[in-house]
Design a protein around this ligand. Structure first.
Ligand SMILES: Cc1cc2nc3c(=O)[nH]c(=O)nc-3n(C[C@H](O)[C@H](O)[C@H](O)COP(=O)(O)OP(=O)(O)OC[C@H]3O[C@@H](n4cnc5c(N)ncnc54)[C@H](O)[C@@H]3O)c2cc1C
Length: 404
């Protein structure tokens, strides 16, 4: 599957991770991680930290799946508002899911502290703007749900939003617990760290085409016929993980993003906040460490990469127009635009852990707009499951949750 098109900003900003190492022989290891995006990297971090022998394989250049296209905002807010998630999965599960996301932002921060590298991770606040009157009503209800759950949230009236951001919005929900990063840089930093420490083997341009279950685990077969014998497999294959799953668990969407030329710092709004809207299709924005502005949204159902790519020019123009309407005084000039594939599950939650009847095959499927925070949770849960520790999050995000 073609996961993105156009020019994802991060691939231009960072030197392409120049690593070419296809697997050309048969090998044996304890755990194989399929996928070198942010999910595979976080799983590798967790397993290497636990002293578990592991290898990462990827059919592409390292980190150049969806991770390279991500706008990489870390928020505790899941795509499904808390009040709706409570309806879908029950109050305890919904609140626990939100709290797991809140914690995982700090956990991601700590991963980079522990390896001594910063992929432009920066703590920033979030404003969720009421786009209109009905958005304001929605925010009032959502504020109450989050407040009752003990989540950090403030309700801002119109005048406060105006004075903070200079925007005419009816109201906003605010919290200062979010973060942003360069996700592509983050994934490659982690993988490179453990590669240099010789704790990890990394094979790029290696497609896992087939697998068979053995008495002691799995035998994976690459497209060129090399075999990897292992006890455990972690599927961190992103939106292409479907081929390892007996059943479809997500719907694919196309999403679009643009990045501006760097602007004078005086134009950047208060505290480099993440800004979202209640409207559908939503609009969101963030800033970068070199004072660019990224604007994203305009999601639509994914049919095929050609259709998505044909829409890119039109979608980029819409995003720029909407941004300029919100911030007419900012001299926004689009520098690059790209389209990416991402996906949504029915309840907005990720799928983490073993699929029934697939022993020792662990899925780390952080689907949705919180993909990165979900990846962090998946890495920890899978680390616990592999080392035989109970983790309540395995049930919360497991494949059996619909039977609850
Ligand atoms: C435009 C956009 C904006 C986003 N914004 C946000 C955001 O603000 N916050 C957030 O949290 N999330 C966001 N996301 C989602 C987030 O980026 C993804 O959840 C995350 O990057 C997924 O990482 P991954 O490692 O699971 O998948 P990927 O990065 O796609 O990595 C999976 C890898 O598996 C490899 N692979 C697949 N199958 C095989 C196989 N059979 N053999 C070998 N290798 C294989 C692929 O080549 C790929 O490199 C956004 C996504 C997009 C596209």
């Amino acid at each position: 599957m073609d996961l993105h098109s156009g020019m994802p900003f991060w691939v231009v900003l960072n030197p392409l991770y120049n690593y070419y190492n296809p697997l050309k022989k048969n090998i044996e290891t304890h755990t194989v991680i399929i996928g070198s995006g942010i999910t595979g990297a976080l799983v590798a971090h967790t397993l290497c930290s636990l002293g578990i022998e592991c290898i990462v394989v990827d059919k592409r250049t390292i980190g150049t799946g969806s991770t390279a296209a991500s706008t990489a905002q870390l928020q505790y807010e899941i795509d499904v508002p808390l009040m709706d998630l409570i309806e879908k999965v029950g109050e305890k599960q919904a609140v626990d899911a939100y709290k797991c996301c809140l914690q995982s932002i700090t956990d991601v921060e700590n991963v980079f502290k522990s390896i001594g590298k910063n992929p432009d991770f920066e703590r920033v606040p979030t404003y969720l703007l009421a786009s209109d009157r009905s958005g304001k009503k929605l925010l009032q209800k959502e504020f109450n749900a989050r407040k009752d759950a003990g989540l950090p949230v403030e309700y801002l009236e119109q005048d406060v939003v105006k004075s903070d951001l200079g925007i005419d919005a009816k109201a906003a929900l605010y919290n200062d617990t979010s973060a942003q990063l360069d996700c592509y840089k983050g994934a490659t930093y982690i993988l490179d760290h453990y590669l240099q420490k010789k704790q990890l083997q990394l094979f790029s341009h290696t497609l896992i085409e087939d697998y068979v279950e053995t008495e002691s685990g799995y035998e994976l077969v690459t497209e060129h016929g090399s075999k990897i014998t292992c006890k455990n497999v972690v599927i961190a294959a992103g939106y292409e993980a479907g081929e390892f799953l007996p059943k479809k668990v997500m719907d694919l969407l196309s999403t679009f993003a643009i990045v501006s030329h760097p602007v004078d710092k005086k134009y950047i709004w208060k505290n480099n906040a993440l800004i979202w809207e209640t409207k559908t299709p939503y609009l969101y924005m963030r800033t970068t460490s070199d004072n660019r502005i990224i604007v994203g949204g305009e999601d639509e159902d994914f049919n095929n990469p050609d259709k998505r790519d044909k829409s890119l020019r039109k979608k980029a123009a819409i995003l720029e127009k909407k941004f300029k309407k919100m911030f007419p005084e900012i001299p926004f000039v689009t520098d690059m635009s790209w389209a990416g594939t991402f996906s949504a599950t029915a309840d907005g939650l990720p799928y983490i852990g073993m699929y029934p009847n697939k022993p020792n095959m662990y899925f780390a499927l952080g689907y949705g707009g919180n993909g990165i925070t979900f990846s962090m949770i998946a890495a920890q849960v899978i680390g616990n499951l592999i080392t035989g520790k109970a983790d309540p999050r395995a049930e919360l995000f497991g494949f059996d949750r619909s039977k609850r």
